[in-house]
Design a protein around this ligand. Structure first.
Ligand SMILES: Nc1ncnc2c1ncn2[C@@H]1O[C@H](COP(=O)(O)OP(=O)(O)OP(=O)(O)O)[C@@H](O)[C@H]1O
Ligand SMILES: N[C@@H](CCO)C(=O)O
Length: 319
């Protein structure tokens, strides 16, 4: 993650004390990531990740933090936000920003996944969807269709004509899909919505955790699955679909939660929606950047390629 806000050892220690998490022995800003400020903290009691939320407000955050808690308590391997030992609060304040502390998950990201990793992600994603169904809080996906409609006009002036044409046409198509009866029939619930390779931990072939729930929201399960297929099951240089990996993910997902008829019908459209969502956010981050001491913006061109691929070669269940 980028470091937008510098956290001193004193500020970190004050928080650790309130949470009874031990004596600070190490504090290190985390590179990579583009949304929040993250630090690794070591104490005599363990390893932790401190996140300062740079864009999300104190009103929006309980949805994410209690969702993580809910899932962790149901046995899904996600970080469990740590509470203030007096007040019981899991949302804290550090350097004037809303903040949370979670355990550091074991393992590392698998940035060149094989079918076996995609299978593990598919199965855990379906388990997570089922485990989230009785979560009582609700918040929309804040990077869903209304945000796309708002943000596309902001990024259009930076694009070449062929890109503008594609972006406008795809947005119109997705508005049309979202108004359809098949779309209304899609099962919904809390979804991660950003479960890329860098947000999952593995120890060899064993999945040890999902993290970074700060784009989660209530949306269609199919959108979440499409976001995963678009990241885990593509050839990164070309954006092309990788059939063996996609089949492994889809089969493992369906072994836990079979897709409905409406989901099967809309898989090609949601694969396009997943690509559009990240093309827009990357364009926005790239052309309207924020200050940060370790910020590396992601390449918007990648999701333009994925979108073009998904239009040229629709992703069907047996593709
Ligand atoms: N609970 C955790 N356990 C272990 N490592 C973590 C944890 N949370 C974050 N990290 C590390 O911090 C890095 C950045 O975190 P994260 O992906 O949450 O940042 P972000 O800015 O929100 O990212 P993104 O751009 O993916 O939204 C991760 O790639 C990972 O190395
Ligand atoms: N996973 C996102 C970044 C954070 O949302 C991307 O790759 O664009």
């Amino acid at each position: 993650m980028a470091v937008f806000t510098e956290v001193s050892e004193d500020a970190a220690q004050t928080l650790l004390q309130r949470l009874s998490l031990g004596q600070l022995t190490g504090l290190r800003g985390i590179e990579g990531g583009i949304e929040n400020t993250n630090y690794f903290l070591s104490t005599d009691k363990g390893e932790w990740v401190l996140t300062l939320f740079e864009r999300l407000s104190a009103e929006q955050l309980p949805f994410y933090l209690y969702l993580m808690k809910h899932l962790a308590h149901k046995g899904i391997p996600v970080p469990d936000p740590q509470a203030d030992h007096e007040s019981g609060d899991i949302l804290h304040q550090v350097c004037g920003k809303p903040a949370a502390i979670v355990q550091k998950l074991a393992g590392k990201s698998q940035l060149a996944p094989a079918a076996v990793h995609c299978e593990a992600v598919g199965a855990m994603l379906a388990r997570m969807h089922l485990a989230g169904r009785d979560y009582e809080r609700s918040q929309p996906n804040l990077r869903g269709l209304p945000w796309w409609n708002e943000t596309v006009p902001v990024v259009l002036p930076y694009l070449q004509e062929a890109q503008s044409t594609l972006l406008r046409a795809e947005l119109a198509y997705q508005n049309h899909v979202a108004a359809s009866s098949s779309y209304a029939a899609l099962p919904r619930g809390p979804v991660h919505a950003d479960l890329f390779r860098d947000n999952v931990m593995f120890d060899g072939e064993r999945l040890t955790g999902f993290f970074d729930f700060y784009f989660a929201g209530v949306d269609t399960f199919l959108f979440d699955l499409a976001v995963c297929l678009n990241d885990w099951c593509v050839d990164l240089p070309t954006g092309r679909h990788d059939a063996p990996r996609a089949q492994a993910m889809l089969a493992a997902y369906q072994a836990v939660r079979p897709l409905t008829a409406a989901e099967r019908t809309l898989l090609p459209a949601m694969a396009r929606a997943g690509a559009l969502r990240f093309w827009i956010s990357r364009l926005w981050d790239f052309h309207l950047p924020r200050e940060a001491s370790m910020l590396k913006p992601h390449d918007p061109g990648h999701f333009e390629r994925v979108l073009r691929e998904r239009i040229a070669h629709p992703l069907h269940m047996d593709a």
